[in-house]
Unconditional design. Structure first.
Length: 258
């Protein structure tokens, strides 16, 4: 799993807003969750590792790549959103081909667009914590900082969704640490890697994105795309071509194992 920036320049704007985020306790009721219900969770900004709510079942700390659909399974993962311009278009393509995906959301984006988070959940897709501010140097920062980035994003996403918790944690740029993996896993979020980096954030052209998937899919089943951070029209068109191609080749679409 190679490290990549994923359009980090765009997130320099997000970072400034994210650093001052302090969420207020809402006491909101929790509706049926993909990863288990959470009741009475604190919404104060995290400055250190805190135990997960009692209802949360810990998961493995190892970085997962495998698909729950087995050897012919493919996991579509969508990072950095939600974004009001591109997430609806990605959802439309996924719906057109009957594919479910895992959306790795940035906390501040989820907080800004809760309606989109709810649309993702309502369509049967899964949520993934992608940190508060998409800091690709998280692995060089203190444990307190890592904890704040992961746990604040978890709360932002859960609140935005109406109570559905993220099932995975993907470190920005792959900047995992043993500490961050353990913390995420203790909160029921399986560390999530990728096998095929489509480099769609670089906008190499739709043909190049499609070719990358076909060339690198033998490396493993988890494909990385983006629905925010810039113009994602190439991503939308690439998905429109890739999804039926993979179906024709006998692949089935699933979720990363937990």
């Amino acid at each position: 799993m190679a490290r990549h920036s994923g359009g980090r320049g765009w997130y320099s704007k997000v970072l400034g807003a994210a650093l001052g985020v302090t969420l207020l306790a809402t006491g909101a009721s929790v509706w049926s969750a993909q990863a288990g219900a959470v009741a009475g969770a604190s919404t104060k900004s995290a400055t250190a590792a805190k135990p997960a709510p009692a209802a949360v079942k810990p998961v493995a700390v190892t970085i997962v790549h495998a698909s729950d659909k087995g050897a012919r399974g493919v996991n579509i993962t969508i990072d950095d959103g939600p974004d009001p311009a591109w997430t609806p278009q990605v959802l439309d393509v996924l719906r057109e081909f009957g594919v479910k995906a895992t959306f790795c959301m940035v906390g501040t984006q989820a907080q800004a667009h809760p309606d989109l988070v709810k649309q993702v959940v309502a369509a049967g897709h899964r949520l993934c914590d992608h940190s508060v501010s998409h800091d690709t140097t998280m692995d060089k920062k203190s444990e307190a900082y890592q904890s704040q980035e992961i746990l604040d994003a978890e709360r932002m996403i859960t609140e935005a969704s109406g109570g559905v918790r993220p099932m995975y944690y993907r470190a920005p740029g792959g900047a995992f640490t043993p500490y961050s993996r353990k913390l995420a896993a203790s909160h029921g979020m399986r560390p999530l890697g990728w096998n095929v980096d489509t480099k769609d954030f670089e906008r190499p052209g739709t043909d190049a994105i499609v070719a990358t998937v076909q060339r690198e899919l033998p490396n493993g089943p988890t494909l990385l795309f983006h629905d925010a951070g810039g113009d994602r029209s190439q991503t939308v068109e690439a998905l429109r071509r890739i999804l039926p191609q993979l179906k024709e080749q006998g692949y089935v679409f699933g979720f990363p194992v937990r």
